[in-house]
Design a protein around this ligand. Structure first.
Ligand code: ADP
Ligand code: ADP
Ligand code: MG
Length: 503
């Protein structure tokens, strides 16, 4: 057991704050790092100590692993939490942290390396009974041979970067004629984005849902899963809205996918919190996609339905403590939703927006959690990920979680910058989302251009009137029970028609 007493968070913004908060609750002293663009950031003020690591570009600041380790040594830090993004999936950094005698709050460098390559990951799970998307199990280099495989798999296919992440490095190929050009584009994209040009082929699943399973392992060989997250509402192959549990998983399918995820984690001797991602097709067949060896943006929905604090669990596991529960102790309680509030313009292809948060008022009240790193008057820096906040709601069931999310979106006031808030409200009201029948093509299929155009004035007025009526009815409902044979509430609706003359 290596007790952690002082933790450095090698990240910024909302995720740095998220980690700092759990550390504080555990009585652990904290160190933040920041770039020159983040001097005023909340995570800097929140930590016990904060050190500037360099100029705004992340290569000169948040990615300076060497400098970060030096700071740890100067300040007597004993552990590093990488958050997500930046160095969180960098096995070399994890190795250097360990070599410096520090604890890395995450899996072993070997597990990171194995799962950091989608191809190596697929090879590693081959010994288990885990379904893979049909395709190649090696990097493709020879175009004619690759074309033959593509024809065998059947078009459309997807060319993917083995080292890919963040939705980048993927190209859909619809027929053999396009193949060569798309493959060259994929290789050059993969090389420039990830420094590794290895690409492979997967069958393109037409209408999949993205369902992932949260896993947690300790250093004593125990691995559990914390159920699923549904992440099918995506733009550019990246998630915008997530929920737990999924509206479509049966207990039986949940158990099978959970077991598959635990097997994937076992295949790489996984320790700490990780996520095993799957696609689920229309026939409810699931296929292993990849494993993310870090905390994930959408981890709060799992926290809400399990009552666990995943950051605390990560820290305890890193200290060498055994997991305090077994699979059979875990239960799903209620329903949670997360909307990623991005500084992006949903009406303009989700183009990142920059500017100042002229107004910034957070929603409050029952079942609402906001994880953010900004305050009113702050600027969204152009150097980093454009996420402003994670807006999370929790309810007894899906309907209540949705109603709370809609209410929270309405309370959330952001001006000065375009955000995904209105898009979130649009999705949550959409019949496809409400019914649970949707897949990763939601935006293509259900979000036409102009969908967020402001409602015509008379329509808006009508809505306000209707809401007013509903409120009045609630507060002035006659106390007397409905007469025999009359539907409950019938008297009230008669009253509505007569007194207010609406409808
Ligand atoms: P998650 O998988 O946790 O839902 P994302 O895929 O959106 O989250 O990525 C989380 C963060 O990590 C984002 O800031 C994203 O830009 C970044 N990220 C993820 N994978 C990579 C990668 N391979 N290279 C660079 N950044 C990445
Ligand atoms: P990343 O490393 O960028 O997160 P993933 O393999 O996890 O890459 O895929 C990201 C998203 O791309 C998925 O959630 C899904 O929407 C889409 N996708 C990936 N593979 C396929 C596939 N074979 N067929 C259809 N869509 C896919
Ligand atoms: Mg992924």
């Amino acid at each position: 057991m290596k007790k952690i007493t002082k933790l450095l968070v090698a990240n910024r913004g909302e995720i740095a704050l998220r980690v700092l908060r759990s550390a504080k609750e555990m009585g652990i002293r904290t160190v933040a790092i920041y770039s020159e663009a983040d001097r005023q950031a909340l995570h800097v003020r929140y930590a016990d100590e904060a050190v500037c690591v360099g100029p705004p570009p992340s290569a000169q600041s948040y990615l300076r692993g060497d400098r970060i380790i030096e700071i740890c040594q100067e300040l007597g830090v004993d552990a590093v939490h990488p958050g997500y993004g930046f160095l969180s999936e960098n096995a070399g950094f994890a190795r250097a942290v360990r070599a410096a005698g520090l604890v890395f709050v995450g899996p072993s460098p070997e597990a990171m390396e194995l799962m950091g390559s989608k191809l190596a990951a697929k090879a590693a799970v081959a010994g288990f009974d885990i379904p893979l998307v049909p395709g190649t199990d090696e990097a493709i280099t020879d175009v004619p041979a690759a074309k033959a495989i593509a024809a065998q798999v059947g078009f459309p296919i997807l060319i993917k970067a083995s080292a890919g992440g963040g939705g980048k490095g993927m190209r859909v190929v619809n027929n053999a004629a396009e193949f060569e050009e798309q493959m060259q584009l994929a290789v050059s994209e993969a090389t420039s984005a990830f420094g590794d040009g290895a690409v492979f082929i997967e069958k393109y699943i037409g209408s999949p849902r993205h369902i992932e399973i949260q896993v947690l392992g300790d250093e004593h060989g125990h691995i559990v899963h914390l159920f699923e997250r549904e992440c099918s509402i995506q733009r550019r192959h990246q998630k915008v809205i997530e929920e737990a549990p999924s509206a479509v998983l049966t207990p039986e399918l949940r158990a099978r996918m959970g077991q598959a995820a635990v097997d994937v984690a076992r295949a790489c001797h996984y320790t700490g919190a990780g996520t095993v991602e799957f696609l689920l097709d229309e026939n409810h067949q699931f296929y292993f996609l990849e494993m993310n060896t870090r905390l994930q943006v959408e981890h709060p929905v799992t926290e809400q339905i399990t009552g666990l604090d995943l950051v605390k669990e990560q820290i305890r596991v890193a200290e060498g403590q055994p997991l305090p529960f077994r699979q059979e102790d875990l239960r799903i309680q209620g329903h949670a939703l997360e909307l990623r509030v991005y500084a992006e313009d949903p009406q303009n292809n989700f183009l990142p927006d920059i500017g100042t948060l002229t107004t910034y008022v957070r929603p409050q009240g029952p079942g609402v959690r906001v994880d953010d790193g900004f305050e009113q008057g702050m600027e969204i820096p152009i150097y980093y990920d454009p996420m402003i906040a994670k807006l999370v709601t929790f309810g007894a069931d899906r309907a209540e979680a949705i109603a709370r999310m809609l209410r929270a979106i309405e309370e959330y006031k952001i001006t000065g910058i375009e955000t995904t808030l209105a898009f979130g409200a649009y999705v949550l009201r959409h019949p496809a989302f409400v019914s649970g029948h949707f897949d990763t093509n939601f935006i293509r299929d259900h979000f036409p251009a102009g969908a967020l155009a402001p409602a015509a004035p008379d329509e808006a007025t009508a809505r306000v009137a209707a809401a007013l009526v509903a409120t009045l009815l609630e507060t002035q409902k006659p106390a007397a029970p409905a007469a025999p044979g009359e539907m409950p509430g019938a008297a009230a609706s008669g009253w509505r028609r007569n007194r207010l003359g609406v409808r």
